[in-house]
Design a protein around this ligand. Structure first.
Ligand code: FEO
Length: 180
């Protein structure tokens, strides 16, 4: 595109976010592989599926930057974190990564507001909504994990949890979408 419709600063911020989404995908991939090796195919399946979502987020930002006359930079992705110690740590770390990512999205929304870049402000709203969904989704898994494990260590409960997570949805309804 010959005409650039985003600022240089916004182009850089979006490129950084695009690379962060690729990093998020690496984290899910690393944790999925770890869970699979630990003998939790259900949790692994969930994490593998979510890796694809993160790749889609990355792709969405690439298309937006290029479509607005900018240039998406495909750069090195940071290594994923070390393996978690257990499933609880895996889920809590995953939630923290999502919370951190939400803060980065919020910073882009702030920047778009300051620049009066309403196109990017509008684009970023999709990610704001997506982060609400993702935080709720992982928080829900942590709740289910607590239900299965808090009272008494019980392998049967863990087995049920793992089976359920295999079919856990990748999306949740947020309050303004729910019908009462
Ligand atoms: Fe694309 Fe889970 O943040």
């Amino acid at each position: 595109m010959k005409t650039k419709r985003i600022s240089d600063a916004m182009e850089e911020a979006l490129n950084d976010q695009m690379t962060r989404e690729a990093h998020q995908a690496q984290i899910y991939l690393a944790y999925a592989s770890w869970a699979e090796v630990q003998g939790f195919p259900g949790i692994a399946a969930f994490l593998y599926k979510h890796m694809h979502e993160e790749r889609e987020h990355m792709f969405k930002i690439i298309k937006y930057i290029n479509g607005r006359g900018g240039r998406a930079r495909i750069e090195q992705i940071a290594a994923p974190p070390a393996d978690p110690q257990n499933i609880s740590e895996c889920l809590h770390n995953t939630l923290q990564h999502e919370i951190d990512n939400s803060a980065e999205i919020d910073a882009i929304v702030n920047q778009a507001h300051e620049e009066k870049d309403w196109a990017t402000f509008n684009f970023a709203q999709w990610f704001v909504r997506e982060q609400i969904e993702e935080e709720t989704l992982i928080n829900g898994l942590i709740d289910r994990f607590a239900l299965a494990t808090d009272a008494e260590p019980n392998n049967a409960n863990l087995y049920d949890l793992d089976r359920d997570v295999a079919d856990a949805p990748q999306e949740v309804l947020i309050p303004r979408e729910e019908e009462f």
